[in-house]
Design a protein around this ligand. Structure first.
Ligand code: S3P
Length: 448
């Protein structure tokens, strides 16, 4: 057996005997955490980060930035300091950079490397090694960077960054914040203006944070879509960053509380960037109230305390244009839809096929094995709810996918019979402490 593969941790979720209750904070936003470490490493001077997600994915990025010469130090719970090397100042890593399960880490780092003149080799776990990298290498090679990948553009991949990268001008063929960010991060090393146009807006944490570090970034709406213009070779200066609670992690206790009768849960300080709140909009359309109290701006990002009470949900149609604003939340929305009255059609989900697993197939299998009626129609996922939770009793294969694991465990809080998962270990990639935090609210999760 491969000694680097952690042992599986099966887990079973049962309907709790009482409502879910309490106030909680979810770990820091994964997207913001990766970017904070990366831009900290590219800045001159010190960046102090609070609330950093200390999940496996982000720890891999911390290790990679260290291997590229930045000083990255953990000072306490979520408090980190990064002493950067400046744009153009990264050093050649002495070994392969193993990005674990993290697509965001791998793709954004590829952009940085492309614009940095450095040679590096990237790999990851079996899930990441199966994911497409051409979506970033295709635009990035126009900068002058070279890439050698496995068949199909898969990791491991050798990158030879361009010594004098050209600025890119790229229109995204898929709605992907990772591709957008890789192009912009490459543009840091280039002379002149890097231009990205995204026909569908995606999360804008890279643009926001680049500005926070002192880069010139202009964003404007054009007929072709959202245009982002970055002026290359900026002097980035170390900054303080407060990482908001991850709305994609908040989604799990949120949906659990909606589904368990009598529940009331408050998720504090959760990120409410409008390009991330598609799940909240959809659940409101399905009949949830979800008031936000104490809305505020923290570290340049909108945050608030989200109040969740049990609600009877009804099926809705989710338009394809909303998919980027809730791309990671479809597995748990599908769980809510399976408990709702009527059908929910989630449209335009082709991108789910290239996540940590083929999430369209994994979600359909998760619900199907637990007695819900579900169909994949083209790029749409259709869930037929009966107004009651599905029977449950199924054993879910998680396919190294943290969000499939957590979604199945939420389903088990509502279904009549318990829901088992083959492996809870990948939950640590994005939501360390998930099981304990859910148990703190009253959820029933235990080993088989
Ligand atoms: C992310 C973008 C999304 C999302 C991922 C995080 C980011 O991926 O699924 O979890 O931080 O930029 P895509 O860009 O592939 O849609």
């Amino acid at each position: 057996m491969d000694a680097t593969v952690p042992a599986c941790r099966p887990l079973v979720a049962r309907r709790p005997g009482a409502p879910l209750r309490g106030r909680l904070r979810v770990p820091g936003d994964k997207s913001v955490s990766h970017r904070a470490l990366m831009l900290g490493a590219l800045a001159v001077g010190e960046t102090r980060i609070s609330g950093l997600l200390e999940g496996e994915d982000v720890l891999r990025t911390a290790a990679a930035m260290r291997a590229l010469g930045a000083r990255v130090v953990r000072e306490g719970d979520g408090s980190w300091r990064v002493a950067g090397r400046g744009v153009g100042g990264l050093a050649e890593p002495a070994d392969v950079l193993d990005m674990g399960n993290a697509g965001t880490g791998a793709r954004l780092l590829t952009g940085i490397l492309a614009g940095s003149g450095v040679f590096a080799v990237l790999t990851g776990d079996a899930s990441l090694r199966g994911r497409p990298m051409r979506r970033v290498t295709e635009p990035l090679k126009e900068s002058g960077a070279c890439f050698f990948t496995r068949e199909g553009g898969r990791l491991p991949m050798a990158v030879l960054g361009a010594a004098d990268p050209l600025p890119l001008d790229y229109t995204l063929p898929v709605a992907s914040a990772q591709v957008k960010s890789a192009v912009l991060l490459c543009g840091l090393g280039a002379r002149g203006i890097t231009r990205v146009v995204e026909p569908q807006p995606t999360r804008d944490h890279t643009e926001t944070m680049l500005r926070h570090f002192g880069a010139k970034v202009v964003v404007q709406d054009t007929a072709a879509g959202r245009e982002i213009l970055l002026t290359g070779q900026p002097e980035l200066a170390g900054r303080d960053i407060m990482v908001p609670g991850d709305p994609s992690s908040a989604a799990f206790p949120l949906v659990a509380a909606l589904l368990v009768p009598g529940s009331r849960v408050v998720v504090e300080a959760v990120g409410l960037n409008p390009l991330r709140t598609g799940l909240i909009a959809t659940l409101r359309e399905m009949g949830a109230a979800l008031p936000v109290v104490n809305p505020r701006i923290e570290g340049g990002e909108p945050v608030g305390d989200l109040v969740v009470e049990h609600a009877a949900l009804r099926g809705v149609e989710v338009p394809p244009g909303r998919a980027p604003a809730m791309i990671d939340e479809f597995p748990v929305l599908a769980v809510a839809a399976a408990c709702a009255a009527g059908s929910t059609r989630m449209r335009g989900l082709g991108e789910l096929r290239v996540k940590e697993s083929d999430r369209l197939a994994a979600v359909a299998a998760m619900l199907g094995v637990n007695g819900a009626r579900v169909a994949i129609e083209g790029d749409d996922l259709v869930v037929h709810g009966s107004g009651r939770p599905p029977p449950g009793g199924g054993q879910v294969e998680t396919h190294m996918d943290h969000r499939i694991a957590m979604s199945a465990l939420v389903l088990g809080q509502a279904s009549e019979a318990p829901v088992g998962i083959d492996d809870a270990s990948f939950i640590d990639t994005s939501f360390p402490g998930f099981a304990d935090l859910m148990r703190g609210l009253g959820a029933a999760l235990s080993p088989p």
